[in-house]
Structure formats: structure tokens, C-alpha cells
Design a protein around this ligand. Structure first.
Ligand SMILES: C[S@@+](CC[C@H](N)C(=O)[O-])C[C@H]1O[C@@H](n2cnc3c(N)ncnc32)[C@H](O)[C@@H]1O
Ligand SMILES: Nc1nc2[nH]cc(C(=O)O)c2c(=O)[nH]1
Ligand code: SF4
Ligand SMILES: [Mg+2]
Length: 262
């Protein structure tokens, strides 16, 4: 079972550097090149995009969190067993304090950052797990999460435009792959996504000073439930075979159906 870390915390920021934390737990890395590795997950709240399929709804569409000072955060990470840490969100890199946290963790941990690739702060990152968002991720009134359009302050039409305008920034992607070990982890909904994946990989190879191998490109089936993954995983595995890219499972969905803190 994943190990959780639940302590009552304030919903206002404490003095000093702090981050809005949605969850902090130990589990197995479920995705990517390090799938299966015991890891402590630090999930910040807040995102600059709004994927219709976001599996972390309470960090994006309806953000919830408690504030944790960085001292307390590092102490919580230290109290758990894994020597791998995954900083995720929401979009962790929208917070300046994430860079400070990365500085503090860099000596003692291997740190993966899960990011949508729209921000590239100068910070120590052992594996940049970059998940650029394809056109098929863009929200609309027709595909938005149930009930969200009525939620106070949420305008899906406005997010459709913002998401579409901001989801790809080629220069930022180039900076990330030049600075760090990386993987490009695309959420694939079906065969229609592949033209955009291929085009983006070609464009990135055109501008980045670092090599982008086919084996750095991972196709991940869209799905936050076992039922949905049963529909997408074989289609996406076949696409990986066909194009020479890697396939990545979503082990936490297979094992725990993406329950909170897994
Ligand atoms: C919740 S995101 C947080 C990090 C960052 N905002 C991002 O999108 O990369 C963590 C990972 O889950 C992936 N993801 C989110 N919803 C998904 C879904 N419904 N199916 C498959 N992957 C999903 C993202 O693409 C990303 O790789
Ligand atoms: N087990 C597990 N592995 C993951 N890899 C990336 C995750 C994420 O939400 O960023 C994630 C997650 O939420 N759980
Ligand atoms: S970028 Fe990541 S956190 Fe933000 S909405 Fe998309 S999947 Fe969710
Ligand atoms: Mg997740």
C-alpha cells in the first residue's frame, strides 16, 4: 500500500518559503522510464493549463491544498523511505518556490519533475518528465469535466482559448531537453494524435541543441480508470510499435485505479 502523510495544516501560507500542497505520499512511480521505482510524490496545487482529461482535477480545475513551509516539506520527504522524489502537480513549475525545493532536495534525492513543458526555471532536475499537451487535450464545453462549467469562477470557453494559446512553447521545450535528462511523455487518445506527436518531435529536433532519440519519446494511453485504459492501452501500444517510440504503462491506474495518494 502507498504510504501517506496526513497532518492538519493551515490553508494560509506560513511565514517563509512555502508551497500549496495537494498531497504528499510514497508509492511506486507509475509512468515513464522509471516506472516501478519506489518514490515519494509531492503534488503542488495550481496549473496554467486545463486539460479536459486532467487526472488531478483538484490541482487544476478546482484547486485545493494546504500550505507547507519548505522546512516541513523536506522533513516529511526525509521521513519516508524512497530515495527518489517526484515533484508533480498541477504544474509544479508555476511556483518559484519549487526551484528552492529542488535546490534543497538535490543533494540527497534523485528528483523527477513532472511538467507540461511550458516553464523552464534554472533548477537541479535529475529527470525532466515533460508531457507536452496535444490539441486533443484542449477543453471545450462539450468535453469539460462534469459540473465544472457551473463552478464559481470557471469559464470553460475562456480556458479553451488560454489552453490552446499556451500549451506548446518550442523554445521552452528546447531549454528543458538541453538542460536535463528528459523524457517526452505524450498522453495519446488515439491514432489521430500521432501526426502532431511526429511534427512536434521533428520541430524540437530542429531547434534543440540536444539529441532527442526515438526512445526518449514515450506514448502513454489516456485514462484515469482501469475501464478507460482497457480501451486505450492496446491502441497506444500498437502506435508505439508502428512509430518506433516507447510505450509507458500507467501502473498506478492498473494497481490502484488512480485512487488518491497512489
Ligand atoms: C497531473 S499531470 C501533472 C504534471 C504536469 N502538469 C503535466 O501535465 O505534465 C501528471 C501526468 O499525468 C498525465 N495525465 C494527466 N491526466 C491524464 C489522463 N487522463 N490520462 C493519462 N495521463 C494523464 C500528464 O500528462 C502528466 O504526464
Ligand atoms: N504512482 C504514481 N505515479 C505517477 N507518475 C506521475 C504521476 C503524476 O501524477 O504526476 C503519478 C501518480 O500520481 N502516481
Ligand atoms: S497540464 Fe497537467 S495538471 Fe495541468 S491540467 Fe493538464 S494534466 Fe492537469
Ligand atoms: Mg497522476
Amino acid at each position: 500500500m502507498p504510504v501517506t502523510s496526513r497532518v492538519e495544516r493551515p490553508d494560509t501560507a506560513p511565514d517563509g518559503p512555502a508551497l500549496p500542497i495537494n498531497e504528499l505520499f510514497a508509492s511506486l512511480q507509475g509512468e515513464g522510464k522509471l516506472a516501478g521505482v519506489p518514490s515519494t510524490f509531492v503534488r503542488t496545487s495550481g496549473c496554467n493549463l486545463r486539460c479536459w482529461f486532467c487526472d488531478s482535477y483538484h490541482t487544476s480545475w478546482e484547486p485545493t491544498h494546504a500550505w507547507m513551509g519548505l522546512d516541513e516539506l523536506v522533513a516529511e520527504v526525509d521521513s519516508l523511505a524512497p530515495d527518489h522524489v517526484v515533484l508533480t502537480g498541477g504544474e509544479p513549475l508555476i511556483h518559484d518556490e519549487s526551484a528552492t525545493l529542488l535546490d534543497r532536495l538535490s543533494e540527497d534525492y534523485h528528483v523527477t519533475v513532472e511538467t507540461n513543458g511550458t516553464l523552464a526555471p534554472d533548477a537541479p532536475i535529475d529527470l525532466a518528465s515533460i508531457s507536452p499537451k496535444l490539441a486533443s487535450s484542449t477543453p471545450s464545453p462539450a468535453n469539460a469535466p462534469e459540473g465544472v462549467d457551473g463552478t464559481e469562477g470557471v469559464d470553460v470557453g475562456e480556458w479553451e482559448e488560454r489552453h490552446e494559446a499556451n500549451r506548446i512553447d518550442l523554445d521552452t521545450l528546447a531549454t528543458l531537453v538541453e538542460r536535463h535528462e528528459f523524457q517526452l511523455k505524450f498522453v495519446v487518445t488515439g491514432v489521430d494524435d500521432m501526426a502532431e506527436v511526429n511534427e512536434l518531435v521533428t520541430d524540437l529536433r530542429g531547434v534543440a541543441a540536444a539529441e532527442v532519440l526515438d526512445t526518449d519519446v514515450l506514448l502513454m494511453p489516456e485514462g484515469q480508470t482501469r475501464e478507460r485504459l482497457a480501451e486505450t492501452r492496446n491502441v497506444v501500444a500498437e502506435l508505439a510499435r508502428e512509430h518506433g517510440y516507447r510505450y509507458t504503462p500507467r501502473l498506478h491506474v492498473d494497481l490502484w485505479n488512480d485512487a488518491p495518494e497512489t
